[in-house]
Design a protein around this ligand. Structure first.
Ligand code: PSU
Ligand code: MN
Length: 317
């Protein structure tokens, strides 16, 4: 029986029931909804992610902060609020305590979502592209807290690699330093987020959800407090952004960011927004496609994981 989640967390009754019964649950982040995608497609994607998780046989737990309370499993109106309200803050894990203290509304990045998912006892989450080491990090020191959170929290994250706006080889080096296993889904080429192939090689791959679940189980047996795992699921090549076009547009986006001195947590939303404008919305179509595929795969892994576990003894009412 897992320990009960901390009292500060608000769990949706469906999520609480699924966790207590040992059923499959997938955590979903909301920074992509509130700050990564344009309106109104952001809300549509937030809802479609939950539907994809359900279709895959798991219970979705979309995570966000409402009135300072970390909420594991938003209601539809709470999701709509985070997708449409003007004063929603992008919260990393370090922001959770100050946001709680002042009662703020916020979307959660992968780092914050991982922290809250793990506290609630959820072992699988999905996102689009993980954060990582930014280009120019040697000067800016801009390395996403997603990486440290993945080191710390025993959660498998399904992502289409790391965001292509990043320094991908440097991010892979950091994941190695941090001790985070990176597993390709049906590939030994690390995916490139909006493009299928980042050009980087991987050591490990799995062929199906059961293979991914086997890695999670092995990690739990090996270490008392295992790290997270990155399951890298490439975007279907038929749906990727043309790689040469992608690289040209990204160079322009990075130059514009430099010229406008964009820094800190504004960097990722700025670059994604720039790509959207420069591709006439094509990057959003690709992002939508890949994040939905990741939610489906996360559901399959969560289902495979519980299929191999004995049901927990239920708590007396
Ligand atoms: N994946 C997407 N779009 C996004 C993100 C992920 O397809 O907008 C978000 C995630 O919440 C991730 C965050 O944690 O971008 C990284 O932000 P930063 O680089 O500021 O850490
Ligand atoms: Mn950053």
């Amino acid at each position: 029986m897992p320990p009960p989640p901390p009292a500060a967390l608000r769990l949706h009754p469906d999520v609480a029931a699924a966790l207590a019964a040992g059923r499959a649950v997938v955590a979903l982040e909301t920074a992509i909804v509130a700050h990564g995608l344009p309106r109104p497609v952001n809300l549509e994607v937030g809802r479609a992610l939950e539907a994809a998780v359900r279709a895959g046989g798991a219970v979705p737990a979309t995570i966000g902060v409402l009135g300072g309370r970390p909420t594991i499993g938003l209601t539809d109106s709470e999701l709509e609020h985070l997708a449409t309200a003007p004063a929603v803050i992008k919260l990393s894990d370090r922001d959770l305590a100050p946001a709680a203290a002042c009662g703020a509304d916020g979307s959660t990045t992968v780092a914050a979502t991982l922290t809250l998912a793990a506290a609630a006892g959820i072992g699988v989450m999905a996102t689009g592209g993980l954060g990582g080491v930014h280009r120019g990090a040697r000067e800016s020191w801009d390395v996403s807290a997603d990486l440290l959170a993945l080191r710390r929290e025993p959660v498998l994250v399904v992502a289409a690699g790391v965001k292509s706006v990043l320094d991908v080889p440097a991010t892979l080096e950091q994941l190695e330093t941090l001790g985070v296993p990176v597993i390709g889904y049906r590939t030994r080429r690390f995916p490139g987020f909006l493009v299928t192939d980042s050009g980087c090689e991987l050591t490990w791959s799995v062929d199906d959800a059961d293979g991914a679940a086997a890695v999670v189980r092995a990690a739990r047996r090996l270490q008392p407090a295992p790290s997270g795992i990155l399951l890298a699921n490439p975007v279907d090549p038929a749906h990727q952004l043309d790689p040469a076009w992608h690289d040209r547009l990204l160079a322009a986006a990075l130059a514009e960011m430099e010229a406008r001195a964009i820094r800190g947590k504004a960097v990722t939303p700025f670059l994604l927004g720039h790509m959207e404008a420069a591709t006439g919305g094509e990057s959003v179509r690709v992002n939508r496609h890949l994040v939905l595929a990741n939610a489906s795969l996360a559901a399959a892994v969560a289902a495979a994981l519980v299929a191999g576990e004995p049901a927990p003894v239920s708590r007396p009412a």
